[in-house]
Design a protein around this ligand. Sequence first.
Ligand code: GSH
Length: 254
Amino acid sequence: MAFTTLRTLTRVPSSRSALAVAAEPLYDIYIKGAPVEGLVNEKGELGDCPFSQRTMMTMQEKNIPYKMMFIDEYRMQEIPWLDEVTEGARQIPFVQEKETGKWYHDSDFIVPYLEDKFPERKLGKPDECPQVGAELFKPAFFEYLVADGAEEKPKLDRLLKEFQGLDDWLGEKGTPYFGGEDVCATDLALSPRVKHIFVGGKAVKGFELPASFKNVHAWMERMQQRKSWGPAMPDESWMVKGWHKKREMLLADK
Ligand SMILES: N[C@@H](CCC(=O)N[C@@H](CS)C(=O)NCC(=O)O)C(=O)O
């Protein structure tokens, strides 16, 4: 099978005409899940990858039709063509653009690519949006997840400090979203990660963000009310299992 990948783009054509046929998927998006059979299948259950969720929320917000292709993350390395379409990154999410047959991978690349290609619904590129919460997930949450005994308190304090940064930012601006009155790329990148910290952190570490972080809680409530949230979010049991497993894997590497 021949694949074309294009990671560095100089010019992206506008997609106004493509949006007119919104019912047909413009992209296949390969994401974590439980395929009904085989290594990859369009039928299956949605899994818990915050980067896939970010990408799908972006597509939902931009009204870009896509088809989900479910991959078992733990058997992903058995897919013979994975290396080629992800340029060796071997990670989800990755997408195939139906119109061109081209493959794109990494939400950090796909999200700004979609902003260029579908500018009508403006979300802003990640580097044009508020630079907040960059260390919340990694390293703060990852380090807290594997911290035990005397190590735990300082790692919890670090995680709470990161959350404080988000809470203060929203409090000072007084806007419903990091994007202002509307969501931007920062909201769509951060909210799936925060959901993972809430669900996974509670399941594995008994973590609960105190109610005093009221701006973060209110923002997450708003994010979860958005139409783009539901179709991109897995059942919480995936996150519970996923974060128990992640802790084991991180401890084994420690
Ligand atoms: N920077 C990547 C990170 C993607 C990533 O870490 N994906 C995870 C699943 S949530 C993955 O593919 N893990 C399997 C592996 O690394 O072997 C992005 O934003 O898309």
